[in-house]
Write a protein that binds this ligand. Structure first.
Ligand code: S3P
Length: 166
């Protein structure tokens, strides 16, 4: 097994599932947003504000190459990793891609108090989340080797489904 990439919208549960998988599979763990923040010495909102989204996307694309080379890693991807086709191509070549699919309502309930997701600044409502999710739907689905619907499932159930699939 090379790498396991977890993709999906903000609040889909990628980080939580990645931590559970790591305990069960004894692989390395990489949380993309956390790594970017550490490497830049800035928070994600600060990076967006100071350098703009496109610079953040560049950092994301650079990081995915580094992580991919490290190998044997469960990667909790940023929700927007699929907006760059080269990221999708790279993930598909270097591991299995699992899409955690979650409803806009569940996402909203999980992220509504979050202040560190600049993409949702000023747009923290179900309608906006549903619209953006719809815009990205084909990207998530096209990138995924396996789609896992997560609504109503426990973290253990989701983790089990992934482990069975690999
Ligand atoms: C983003 C998702 C975030 C983070 C950034 C942009 C997006 O990651 O990378 O705020 O465009 O969907 P999470 O999915 O971990 O919240």
């Amino acid at each position: 097994m090379k790498n396991i990439f977890l993709i999906g919208f903000m609040g889909a549960g990628k980080s939580t599932v990645a931590r559970h998988l790591q305990k069960r599979l004894k692989m390395n763990l990489a949380e993309m947003d956390e790594r970017i923040e550490k490497e830049q010495g800035m928070t994600i909102p600060e990076i967006f504000e100071k350098y703009g989204e496109s610079r953040f996307r560049d950092l994301e694309s650079e990081l995915i190459l580094t992580i991919g080379k490290e190998g044997n890693t469960i990667v909790s991807c940023g929700g927007g990793v699929v907006v760059r086709p080269e990221n999708i191509e790279y993930m598909k070549k270097n591991g299995r891609v699992f899409y955690l699919k979650t409803s806009p309502e569940t996402v909203y309930n999980r992220v509504k108090d979050s202040t560190n997701r600049p993409i949702l600044n000023g747009n923290m409502n179900v309608e906006y989340i549903a619209g953006l999710m719809e815009k990205r739907r084909a990207l998530y689905e096209g990138a995924a080797d396996i789609t896992i619907t997560t609504d109503g499932k426990s973290v253990d159930e989701i983790t089990d489904e992934i482990i069975i699939a690999i």
